[in-house]
Write a protein of this length. Structure first.
Length: 176
């Protein structure tokens, strides 16, 4: 019962904390959970995008309930990114929106985002929508926030069968 009240409170808080355009980005209904093969396809497309750019990242795919379905990371990825990728995926699935919406709200001064249990205010978590229903989400971590988002977008596009949104590529990480 306590968990339900927390979820309702979080949903109400998000509704007031995140802009209406961010809320309109994904459908309200969950579908059947994403299968392992589709999850693997999403993660591997995200990892291919990162390798193409010389970034080392981890990719996690969860179902609509936030349960891990598939995980993979590139050798040399920092250990903490494994946990963060999963957290981004869960956040995107459970709150039905890209984690970039939380990042944008926080940058815009909405510090209440930080009080939402499980909301990750970093780009790189995106819901996976098939047949107009959320079937899961992909989370990527290991590079910059924008680079993680670029990789996640490539992974989601591979599963949804859509072209990757035309956004400016993220700047490469300069290693000194």
């Amino acid at each position: 019962m306590m968990r339900s009240a927390q979820t309702l409170f979080a949903a109400l808080l998000v509704t007031t904390a995140v802009s209406l355009p961010a809320l309109a980005q994904v459908p309200n209904q969950y579908g059947a959970p994403i299968g392992v093969e589709a999850a693997k396809k999403a993660a591997q497309a995200a990892l291919a995008e990162s390798k193409k750019n010389g970034w080392t990242v981890a990719a996690a795919v969860v179902d609509g309930a936030g349960t891990l379905v598939y995980f993979e990371r590139i050798d040399g990825t920092q250990n903490g990114s494994s946990e963060v990728a999963q957290a981004k995926a869960r956040s995107a699935a459970l709150f039905k929106r890209p984690t970039k919406a939380f990042e944008d709200a926080l940058v815009g001064g909405r510090q209440a985002i930080l009080s939402l249990p499980g909301a990750v205010p970093l780009d790189g978590g995106i819901p996976i929508v098939l047949g107009d229903k959320i079937v899961g989400a992909l989370g990527v971590s290991g590079a910059t926030s924008a680079q993680d988002g670029q990789c996640a977008a490539a992974g989601v596009a591979a599963v949804e069968g859509k072209p990757v949104a035309a956004a400016a590529p993220a700047k490469p990480v300069v290693k000194k």
